[in-house]
Design a protein around this ligand. Structure first.
Ligand code: 13P
Length: 256
């Protein structure tokens, strides 16, 4: 087996203390296949409660906690930002970087995402780097150009060898929160492009990087998506807020 599978929950700006408790309790008896990691990424105010509850309940070691964003700066006058050190202090292990909502709504660039990936790696956090094209970009056959333009600045910034510690989430913007999932064939084709793009820089690294699919993944479509040869799990939005649905998705993932 070369690659672990990862199912990451991106709660976005949803959830509350009650969800922290029900999710941890619910995940206590989740059945995971071999070589699978589950990552829960709540809003920052709930990170601490999640860490405490996970410890109290002796949650399966395969289940980790992640943040939804991090600053590229170490510290200083950056109101509202969170540093890698703060996440480390909370025992957070993963961080989502460059989500399309950060790119579209808060104008984050691929260069900034590259700096954030570097900061995360330097702090021993695993970045979940999000990339994906818009509907208009796919319609005009720019998908591969867009994905390459989102990946290349990160490769240039940290070096391809460091991607061994990076997780990539391919999330077509048009599939996020819309119920319009990419077909498993389309998702596989794009994941294969991403892996081949990485392989041009380093084949060994490319073979080991987990590539997650995100965009309207649910309990009904996860199995088919995860069965694709280059899809190593998912980044789950809406369905990750429902414990039973999320457990089904976690159980469908398998290392490859
Ligand atoms: O953006 C996503 C996860 O980061 C996907 O969201 P949905 O699963 O709600 O489409």
């Amino acid at each position: 087996m070369t690659r672990r599978a990862i199912v990451a929950a991106n709660w976005k700006m949803n959830g509350d203390s009650a969800l922290v408790n029900t999710m941890v309790s619910g995940l206590n008896n989740v059945e995971l296949q071999d070589n699978v990691n589950v990552v829960i990424c709540p809003s920052a105010p709930y990170l601490s409660a999640l860490v405490v509850k996970a410890k109290e309940d002796k949650l399966n070691a395969a289940i980790s906690i992640g943040a939804q964003n991090v600053s590229e700066h170490d510290n200083g006058a950056f109101t509202g930002e969170i540093s890698t050190k703060m996440l480390q202090e909370l025992s957070v292990e993963f961080v989502i970087i460059g989500h399309s909502e950060r790119r579209c709504l808060y104008h984050e660039t691929s260069t900034q995402a590259a700096h954030k990936v570097k900061a995360a790696l330097n702090a021993g956090l695993t970045p979940i780097l999000c990339i994906g094209e818009s509907e208009a970009e796919r319609a005009t056959e720019q998908t591969e150009t867009v994905l390459a333009s989102q990946l290349q600045p990160v490769i240039d910034e940290v070096g391809i060898e460091k991607f061994i510690d990076v997780v990539i989430a391919y999330e077509p913007v048009w599939a996020i929160g819309t119920g319009k999932t990419a077909s498993s064939e389309m998702a596989q084709e794009t994941h294969q492009f991403i892996r081949q793009f990485l392989a041009k820089a380093n084949e060994n690294v490319a073979a080991k990087v987990p590539l997650l699919y995100g965009g309207s993944v649910n309990a009904s479509n996860c199995e088919e998506l995860f069965a694709q040869p280059d899809i190593d799990g998912g980044l789950i939005g809406g369905a990750s807020l429902h414990v039973e649905q999320f457990k089904v998705i976690c159980s469908a993932a398998k290392g490859k």
